[in-house]
Structure formats: C-alpha cells, structure tokens
Design a protein around this ligand. Structure first.
Ligand code: ARG
Length: 467
C-alpha cells in the first residue's frame, strides 16, 4: 500500500458530512470494486474524453488536461501490467482510478470530476463495455454460422427424419435442418445490432441527475467516444438500464437457440440415434462406466442457458421498483451482465469448433428415416392429386400404415399390390412418391427441404456472411 492509501483508509471521497465511518461489513456490502474493476478501460476512455471536452470548453486549463491525460495513461499501463492496487475502501472502479490519479498529478486529478457524477460515469462505462461485447458476440455468432453452412453444404442431400413431437414426421435433409439454426442466428445478429443502437447513446453530461451548470459540449464527448448520439433526458440517462435488459434478452435468446441445438446434438449422439459423433475433445468419460462417452459440452450449454435466462429476470426485477433517478440498486446490474457476456462468449467460441468436428453417420440417418412411415403424407398428397379429397386420403393412408405396422415393415417398402388394396386410384407411379428421395425432391419451393432449395439457401447464407 502506498502512503496515499493508508491516509485514505478512514476517509471516503464523499465522507465530508459524516461523523462516523461505515463498518467493515457495510464497506464490503456496498463496494463494487470486486467486480467493476473490469470496467477500468472504459472508465479511462470516458474520463479522457470528458477531460478533453472540459479543456476545449475552457472549464479546466490545458495544463490540467495534459496532466490528466498523462496520469490516466499511466494508470492504464499499471492496470494492464497488473500493478494497480485496487482497494476495497475506495468502493468502486471510478473512485479507485480517481484517487490514484490525484496521487499521481495532484489538484488536476481532483478537477477531472467537474461537471460529472459517478451516476453518468458508470452508465457510460457499462454502455461502452456492452458495445464492445456486442461487437465481439456478433463476430462469434457469425463464426458459428460459418461452421453451420460448411456442414450444411456437405449434407445438402443427406436424408434424415424430420420430427414433430419427437416422432418421425417427414423426410428432410440434414443440410436443411442445420440451416434452420442459421436462420435463428441471423435473427439473433439483427437483434443485437438493433440493440446496439440504443446502447450506443452517451449518458455523460447528465451528471448526478439534472445536468450541470458548466458549459459542457455533450456532442463533442459523444463524438470522441464514437457514440451515435446523446441520451436526451438526464434523469433517464443515469437511471434506466433498459439497454442492458434488452441486451440480456438478446443473449437469452441466443443461448436458447444454442441450447436447442445442443439438445439435438445430445440426442443424435445417443447410440439409439447414432446420427453423429462429437469429437472426443468435447466429451468426457465416466469414472465408473468405462464404455461411456458423454456429451458434456452440449449438456453444459443447455445448463448454462438457465443462468443467462436467470440474469435477464434478475435485471428486470432490479429495475421494476426503482423511482427516478439513479439508485444504488443499479450497482447490481454488473454481475449478471458480466456473467451473461462471459458465458455467451465462451459458449460461442466452443460452438463453432464443436460443429466443425462433428462426424455425420449418413447411413444411420437414412435407416432411421425408413422407420416411422415418413412418407405417409406423400402418399396422401398423391391420392389428392388423383382426385380424392384430402380428409379421405388421410383415412386411406392411416389404414395403409396400420397394415404396414402389422406386417412389420415401413410404408415405403410395401409392394404396389398391397397398396392397391386400399385405393384403386393407386398406380405404378406411386413408388417414386414413396421413396425418401422422391419425398424430398418434391418439396422444391422457397423454404422447402429439396436439396436444390437447400443449396439456394446455402448460397444466400454465404452472401449474407460476406456482408
Ligand atoms: N458503483 C456504482 C454503481 O455501480 C457507481 C455509481 C455510484 N453512484 C452513487 N451515487 N453512489 O452504480
């Protein structure tokens, strides 16, 4: 500890009007430094822009501004070098940095907080942090989408069973199935980029809540920090965290999509399905059952979705009872937000790699599609095209399926004579309709599972990924 630190121990930045110090427990309870230290880089960026504006506006001298800039750069180096001495007594990242600055440069350091409050300062820091996080997350989603498209391209005509109610429904292609997730992630990216616009507004200048009497230039600060605009109401600027809640809901949806895909990977890896094999590096064994290969990574993605969804609820609950303007409740926004960002980033990083390491067992997929009468709808559609009303066709096919069940075979392998018992409209041309390939090829329209359409979707996706 420096001399400066020792001297600070009993005296808080704000304690001028207090007669007794807070207890150690209260100090620990109210401090945010154990977690908000990670806003330091953004806090410094915000302070640099604020100080520059103060000097341009003649609110502080150029000499003070230069000292502040130099001091903050030194502090940045100390933090990056791991030499910065974070102190619980100094409560949060803002006061820790400001105290160190004053220790380094004297009175000029004390002038940095002119026309500013920690209320608009912390709101600015979180927005800068979230903006950077969104950019990183968008890049990572796109990597995952790349991996999906690569895999889909290899399997544009690989047949697998499509499910509803987890029962075999109709034949689809594996490429089509994968591209469904591409679409979900595309919407996730759009949502994040839209949310980014509302994150990217500058609170600084709102000061504690009502603005400031100094001749500040908020637009200049916004420009220096690359904000798209300034928060239009000072009370709103310091108090609302809706942008964080919005981000959190985007994150919950992304995790939910990843969780659904994970659930499928887990099912597909189960030997009862045996559709895929995950690379060993994403699985673990059992300490008792030597044969086991467990899909731990997708299971954890599914599990971690719970905490990200929970953080969304935490933030909403944090906000709902707060009167205007800033309340200390808002300090509680950080841990859920940080954990959301960390969980999402780690999950996405793993995911792209995991997808590219998948081995697809096309034979097992095909065999499975041949169990469950997946082409029953195709037979009904065939009958409709021969002039039978759909409801009657449905009935006829249901009977045919019953017959196939009784004979222990799939609808698609019934001989033509057997089929003709159920309708005299059935001709030799039915066989093409009942095959898996016939079924898939016939769904050849935008959004359908025909390989031609899957390839069109893949090409569109590739173009999208290039933008
Ligand atoms: N550590 C605080 C937070 O995270 C900073 C703002 C404190 N403002 C105040 N008026 N006590 O919200």
């Amino acid at each position: 500890m420096t001399d400066n630190t020792l001297q600070q121990n009993n005296k808080k930045t704000w304690s001028g009007r207090f007669n007794e110090p807070v207890s150690e427990l209260v100090e620990r309870y109210t401090a945010s430094i154990p977690f908000d230290y990670r806003l330091a880089e953004y806090d410094i960026q915000g302070s640099l822009a604020h100080a520059k504006m103060l000097s341009i506006q003649g609110i502080i001298s150029t000499i003070d501004w230069q000292a502040i800039e130099q001091g903050l750069n030194q502090i940045r180096n100390e933090i990056h070098g791991g030499q910065f001495n974070w102190q619980l007594e100094l409560e949060d990242v803002h006061l820790n940095i400001e105290k160190r600055l004053t220790h380094l440069i004297g009175d000029a350091g004390k002038r940095l907080h002119t026309a500013r409050s920690r209320n608009d300062q912390v709101a600015t820091d979180i927005r800068l942090f979230l903006r950077a996080s969104i950019d990183e997350i968008v890049d990572l989603i796109r990597n995952t989408q790349h991996a999906l498209v690569d895999l889909a391209e290899k399997h544009a005509d690989t047949v697998m069973p499509g499910f509803t109610h987890l029962q075999v429904a109709q034949p689809i292609t594996f490429g089509h199935h994968l591209m469904a997730y591409f679409e979900m992630f595309k919407r996730d990216v759009a949502r994040l980029l839209d949310c980014r616009k509302r994150v990217n507004q500058l609170p600084l200048g709102a000061a504690a809540l009502a603005g400031t009497s100094y001749p500040i230039d908020r637009h200049l600060v916004a420009k220096l920090l690359d904000f798209e605009g300034v928060c239009e109401n000072s009370l709103d600027a310091v108090s609302d965290r809706d942008f964080a809640i919005e981000f959190s809901s985007c994150a919950a949806l992304i995790m939910t999509h990843l969780s659904r895909l994970s659930e499928e990977l887990i099912l597909w890896m189960n030997p009862q399905f045996a559709f895929i094999e995950l690379a060993d590096r994403f699985c673990t064994g059992s300490s008792i059952m030597p044969q086991k290969k467990n899909p731990d990574v997708p299971e954890l993605v599914r599990g971690k979705t719970g905490r990200v969804n929970g953080h969304l609820v935490a933030l909403l609950t944090l906000m709902k009872g707060q009167p205007l303007a800033y309340n200390k409740d808002n300090q509680e926004d950080k841990e859920p937000l940080f954990d959301t960002v960390d969980t999402l980033i780690d999950t996405l990083r793993i995911y792209a790699d995991m997808l590219s390491g998948i081995t697809v067992k096309t034979d097992a997929m095909r065999q499975s599609t041949l169990r469950g009468h997946a082409t029953a709808t195709d037979l009904a559609d065939y009958l409709v095209k021969k002039g039978i009303p759909f409801r009657d066709a449905h009935e006829i096919v249901a009977k045919t399926v019953q017959f196939a069940e009784k004979n222990g075979c799939d609808l698609s392998s019934l001989p033509i004579q057997a089929l003709q018992q159920f309708s005299d409209r059935i001709g030799a041309d039915v066989l093409a309709v009942l095959t898996l390939e016939g079924s898939i090829q016939s769904r050849n329209h935008t959004g359908g599972t025909a390989p031609e359409q899957v390839n069109i979707a893949i090409n569109k996706a590739k173009q999208w990924l290039q933008t």
